[in-house]
Design a protein around this ligand. Structure first.
Ligand code: MN
Ligand code: MN
Length: 296
């Protein structure tokens, strides 16, 4: 990794840390998800960066991939996962935390399980950056199971590269038998813990999209939106909410872009047995045999 690349990753991480601190400060039970999404988005832009993806605000059994649109009336409640992405010149920081918004703090232990799983995985990698993917997954799984919860096995961490959120390598949340080690580069590690079965299925729209095939759309409005999105995000995920704010008729235009195969919608990821899910996530850089956590 060259110096400039490393500096960009560190900068993205610093801004993500500030956005996380801000989110923790402002989120209160009953607050509209829309307000939270707007404020975090603005905070990232005020810090002179760009969201690497629309902030994910996933409640209870939704493990990930939910972003409110303008008309959304859902509120922060129960077990809320806040997953924040920041890109600086395309270099990404990806970090998440969980909040227990119940009056009796009933998700405290479930949240602790994913946080400790992440801490243990990071500890393992710091002790030995050559830890195998299988060992990382095993550490995550055992930490969560020791607390009598289950990891979500069909969600995983991932490698990062410039303007690429899932750059090819998967970091498992269970012992998957993969004996490969992480090479120099950037990675997100993200354990999910649940009281349920430990799997997710794909549900309805998350209101999050990405450009898949940047060809020219038919309608002028769709063309304008596509230009705006590509300039700002390239092929990183973007939100319906943001384009709704900037362009009239955004929803129709996005439908057209989707039908023409130009953009793709992300489905919500929902726990199969509809049980609550917690998540913790940090971005790391492995560089010259050392591990740097950019978002901690
Ligand atoms: Mn994330
Ligand atoms: Mn991630």
């Amino acid at each position: 990794m060259d110096k400039q690349e490393l500096a960009n990753y560190i900068k993205a991480g610093e801004i993500a840390k500030k956005a996380v601190a801000y989110a923790k400060e402002i989120i209160k039970p009953g607050m509209p998800l829309l307000e939270i999404a707007e404020k975090i988005h603005k905070k990232i832009e005020d810090l002179n960066a760009i969201p690497a993806f629309p902030v994910n605000l996933a409640v209870n059994d939704i493990a990930a991939h939910y972003h409110p649109i303008k008309e959304d009336e859902s509120k922060a409640e129960g077990l809320l996962k806040v997953d924040i992405g920041v890109h600086f010149n395309g270099y990404i920081a990806d970090t998440a935390f969980s909040l227990d918004l119940t009056p009796d703090n009933k998700y405290k232990d479930l949240i602790k399980a994913s946080e400790e799983a992440l801490e243990n995985a990071l500890k393992k990698l710091k002790q030995n950056p050559e830890t195998t993917l299988n060992e990382i997954g095993k550490t995550i799984k055992e930490t969560i199971e020791n607390k009598k919860f289950s990891p979500i096995i069909n969600l995983s961490g991932h490698s990062l590269s410039q303007y690429n959120l899932h750059a090819g390598i998967t970091i498992p949340n269970y012992a998957n038998g993969n004996k490969n080690k992480l090479k120099e580069g950037a990675y997100a590690i993200e354990p999910f813990a649940t009281t349920g079965e430990g799997r997710i299925y794909e549900g309805g729209s998350s209101n999050i999209y990405r450009i898949e095939n940047p060809k020219t759309p038919r309608s002028p409005n769709a063309r304008k939106i596509l230009e705006y999105v590509f300039e700002k995000y390239q092929t990183l995920p973007f939100s319906l909410r943001e384009v709704q704010e900037k362009f009239p008729g955004a929803r129709i235009a996005l439908r057209e872009l989707e039908q023409q195969g130009i953009i793709k919608n992300y489905p919500q990821l929902i726990e199969t047995s509809h049980k609550p899910v917690s998540q913790a996530e940090h971005t790391i850089i492995i560089e010259k045999g050392k591990v740097i956590v950019t978002t901690q």
